[in-house]
Design a protein around this ligand. Structure first.
Ligand code: NAD
Ligand code: GLY
Length: 361
């Protein structure tokens, strides 16, 4: 068992262990004391797999529990479901001493977290992430959101949970494709700041030590979030490969998964960094090779001109400047500001960087 304390404006622990779900009630008693009722917000797939265990545990700790179930998938992360959850809480007579438990992947966590931030101007919530992506990224750090017809995550709030329970046993039931998606984010952490983690992933592939890897990624996220809770500076480092990834996701109409888009974005940025001499060819090739080892894609297929238009709406852009995260070596990245012209030529060069010159893929 590992416990990681996140020192944000309201601090909270993240517990990483297997078989945690059946202890949910006890953890709520300890870390969200005096909670009256708990609303478990989940999706239909996760409810079928883990809903009963979580509800039994909460009841076993002497707390009332009710459940709101969403259809699984990104399409549920919308304004309509957000309002339905608020109505549900009101009908169940939830007060500020009650609690929301977000049980599921990033979709459930983002939506339930935003509902918790908005209902009565804020009630406590806990995250119980059940995908690899949600465990190493979305459940920690307090970014909550819904998608608008105009784009992903366009409405939301920074709102920290009271507790995060990462039960790594839940990863056993993840379809391979969804597990692999989370692996892209895990590899990202290795590139960002931990050579040893990167080496472990290279050596073990998808058979990596889950407790060590999940906890290590959370520690790195904790550090970025503690330094910059509201995403104005250092936290942007977590966005390695994301400017290109978000553009590719948008161009695909969100048929391309986030993890796969991030893998392609990181590979292209690594090639660009090698092409302009910021990192070595070996470093770029090492990044691309590990992504390929995990069966992740490493080439963006869209025409650059189309990607570029969407890159301009990146949240890290301010006026005619944009911040990109650039690898210098495995385990060390920098946030570098570019004019839009410079960014265009930087990325273009990377995308032209061929096998012959050391780029892989
Ligand atoms: P998801 O929540 O849609 O889960 C993927 C699928 O896996 C769903 O169909 C779900 O039902 C299923 N599932 C979940 N747990 C399972 C389990 N243990 N066994 C079997 N099936 C299971 O997707 P995701 O990849 O977890 O999250 C993506 C979302 O996270 C996006 O909306 C993205 O914007 C958001 N996100 C948020 C942050 C943040 O900081 N808040 C960071 C990254 C991503
Ligand atoms: N997922 C990036 C962040 O939380 O800032």
């Amino acid at each position: 068992m590992k416990m990681i304390n996140v020192n944000t404006s309201s601090p909270y622990p993240v517990i990483v262990d297997s078989c945690l779900l059946k202890e949910t009630g006890e953890y709520i008693r300890k870390y969200a004391p005096a909670a009256g009722k708990t609303a478990v917000i989940t999706d239909d797939t996760v409810d079928g797999l883990y809903g009963d265990t979580v509800r039994e545990s909460i009841r076993g700790a002497g707390l009332d529990v009710c459940t709101f179930v969403l259809p699984h998938g990104e399409a549920s992360k919308n304004g309509e479901n957000f309002l339905k959850i608020l109505e549900f809480l009101a009908e169940e007579h939830f007060t500020r001493s009650d609690l929301i438990a977000a049980l599921g992947g990033g979709v459930v966590g983002d939506l339930a977290g935003f509902a918790a931030a908005a209902y009565l101007r804020g009630i406590r919530f806990i995250q119980i992430p059940t995908t690899l992506l949600a465990q190493v990224d979305s459940s920690v750090g307090g970014k909550t959101a819904i998608d608008l017809p105009a784009g992903k995550n366009l409405a939301g709030a920074f709102y920290q949970p009271a507790l995060v329970l990462c039960d790594i046993g839940t990863l056993d039931t993840l379809p391979a494709e969804i597990f692999t998606d989370g692996c892209a984010e895990v590899i990202k952490y290795g590139i960002l700041g931990d050579k040893e983690l990167f080496g472990h992933l290279k050596e073990r592939g998808t058979g990596f030590d889950r407790e060590y890897v999940v906890a290590r990624c959370i520690e790195m996220k904790r550090d970025a979030v503690a330094e910059d809770e509201f995403d104005r500076g250092r936290r942007q480092i977590l966005n390695l490969g994301h400017t290109l990834a978000h553009a590719a996701e948008k161009l695909s109409g969100y048929r391309l998964s986030h993890g796969r888009a991030v893998a392609m974005g990181m590979a292209e940025i690594a090639r660009a960094a090698a092409a302009d001499g910021t990192c070595s060819r070996e470093c770029a090739a090492g990044i691309v090779d590990v992504l390929m080892q995990f069966d992740l894609p490493v080439r963006l297929e869209d025409p650059f001109e189309e990607l570029y238009q969407w890159m301009l709406s990146d949240k890290k852009r301010h006026g005619d400047r944009i911040n990109l995260i650039i690898p210098e070596e495995i385990g060390r990245c920098v946030i570098r500001e570019y004019t839009l012209d410079k960014m265009e030529s930087f990325i273009r060069c990377g995308m032209q960087y061929t096998k012959e010159t050391g780029g892989r893929g």
